[in-house]
Design a protein around this ligand. Structure first.
Ligand code: SME
Length: 172
């Protein structure tokens, strides 16, 4: 049984994310299934990170003319299912996937083309899942707080994504 141990709110963010990474490694030990591990990571983030209203994955799928992101395991309200990536990217998630660069958005209302799945969302952090040169999808975190995510959050969540990618078998 998983025992959630929320790091104390007073801990600095480097310590917070180091502890979370240790918990994630424990959670993923002995299991390499991509969907199962993505599900547990979305749950861990939603439980442990303060002030989130959505945490989850979109996975890359081919289309007739390019590619899109399709909703994967998540925690939070039901969300939009398909987000175009190529030939024309949409939203914060599409930008992260097409540019292969983390998008840290202080206020989503200032982001051209932002897709409002939940009107409660005000800031967003989207990390692309890049493994062996392929963009396999994105991890998307939403917060009701403007400016919820800073550079330390970005570095910490990118570290968790790297752990997830290393400890999970790549889908075909
Ligand atoms: N806001 C995202 C869409 C996904 S939801 O937030 C879950 C975007 O602009 O890509």
């Amino acid at each position: 049984m998983f025992q959630a141990a929320a790091p104390a709110l007073s801990t600095d963010k480097a310590t917070f994310y180091r502890d979370l990474d240790t918990q994630l490694r424990g959670l993923l030990t002995d299991e390499r299934d991509w969907i199962a591990n993505a599900s547990n990571l979305s749950s861990l983030l939603y439980l442990m990170m303060p002030d989130l209203n959505w945490a989850g994955f979109y996975f890359t799928r081919p289309t007739q003319t390019g590619s899109e992101l399709v909703l994967g395991p998540f925690q939070g309200k039901p969300a939009c299912v398909r987000i175009p990536v190529a030939p024309v990217a949409r939203g914060v998630c599409g930008a992260a996937a097409s540019q292969r660069v983390t998008q840290r958005v202080h206020d989503v209302h200032d982001f051209p083309g932002h897709i409002a799945c939940d009107s409660a969302s005000n800031s967003e952090l989207v990390v692309p899942l890049v493994k062996e040169g392929r963009v396999l999808g994105v991890l998307d975190l939403d917060s009701p707080n403007v400016g919820r995510f800073d550079a330390d959050d970005q570095a910490g969540v990118e570290r968790l994504v790297a752990t997830f990618l290393a400890m999970s078998d790549t889908p075909r």
